[in-house]
Design a protein around this ligand. Structure first.
Ligand code: NCD
Length: 304
């Protein structure tokens, strides 16, 4: 594997290996602190980000490497009309590995054709977000000690939420996975995910708009934000933005060992009263994101 464009670029064995390395980094960070000496990571973010960009940068720094890049299209030559291809060919002259986020679906794939430097998709429009999925897989494996035999509730904006699309694709390769897809009608999971992943792999799933209906069955509840920036009109966003607000009351029937996840940023979809519940994993999930990205950088740079 040279690039990470979609989670399907990784075999199950490769994912297992990344999780193993991430666990080892967590236990012995000192053994990894010079692995990327003299290497440079470029983070090219044409869309806003806090966790993804900063965790990539922190990951590279903790490996002893350096970081260059930009955090908005407006501060790069994109603002002058430069194409993604030209930007990538330029940055490839300076960096050993590139993580890019772009509002256009498929932009990282286009970029990867233009260079031999490894490209990591850090989110492309409403399409995919494979490194968030690696983060989610490490979180699930550390918090639940397994990646199979799980009933996973995905709640919120399942239409535009790229983390959801990549997570369903990834989890569909493990045994006995069931999904409860919780969304308003307007924000249901895209047909292509149903046809190409869920139905093709004969995965059991239920669609509902009621967050409490199947709560007692869930091992994981993955909350998501309504993706304001992907809406065509403000009115629809305002109507749907607070459709779900997870609070203590809605968790009354939930399992004692439920794992509540969220890729973050949170807007209103999880009430802050839930943050102190030991089942709230979303801030631990942030930290797992740094370790799995460290493992991924090592893999793509072929560093043992
Ligand atoms: C997610 C994203 O960018 O898709 N955030 C992240 O990378 N942790 C989720 C979101 O923005 O809602």
């Amino acid at each position: 594997m040279k690039n990470l464009i979609g989670i399907e670029d990784l075999s199950t064995e490769e994912i297992e290996e990344l999780i193993k390395v991430a666990n080892d980094i967590m236990k012995h960070p000192e053994l990894y602190s010079e692995k990327c000496n003299h290497k440079k990571l470029a983070t090219l973010f044409f869309e806003p980000s806090t966790r993804t960009r900063l965790s990539f940068e922190a990951a590279m720094m903790e490996l002893g490497g350096n970081v260059i890049g930009f955090s908005s299209a407006s501060s790069s030559s994109t603002a002058k009309g430069e194409s993604v291809s030209d930007t990538i060919r330029t940055v490839a002259c300076y960096a050993d590995i590139i993580a890019m986020r772009h509002p256009k679906e498929g932009a990282p794939l286009v970029a990867s054709v233009k260079t031999t430097v490894p490209i990591i998709n850090a989110g492309d429009g409403g399409h995919n977000h494979p490194t968030q999925t690696l983060t989610d897989l490490l979180t699930i494996s550390c918090e639940k000690q397994r990646l199979d035999n799980l009933t996973i509730g995905l709640c919120g904006d399942l239409k535009f939420g790229r983390t959801v699309h990549s997570l369903i694709t990834a989890m569909s390769r493990y045994k006995n996975i069931k999904f409860v897809l919780i969304s308003p009608d307007e924000l249901k999971i895209p047909e292509y995910i149903k046809e190409e992943v869920l139905e093709k792999k004969k995965i059991e799933y239920i669609e509902t708009n009621d967050i409490e209906e199947h709560m007692e069955k869930l091992d994981i509840l993955y909350m998501t934000r309504v993706q304001k920036e992907r809406f065509f009109n403000e009115e629809d966003y305002v109507r749907l933005k607070d459709y779900y607000i997870l609070n203590k009351e809605k968790l009354v029937n939930a399992k004692k060992d439920l794992c509540i996840m969220h890729p973050l940023p949170r807007v209103n979809e999880i009430s802050i009263e839930v943050d102190d519940d030991p089942r709230a994993c979303y801030f631990r999930q942030v930290l797992y994101g740094k370790y799995i990205r460290m493992a991924l950088i090592l893999k793509l740079l072929n560093i043992k």
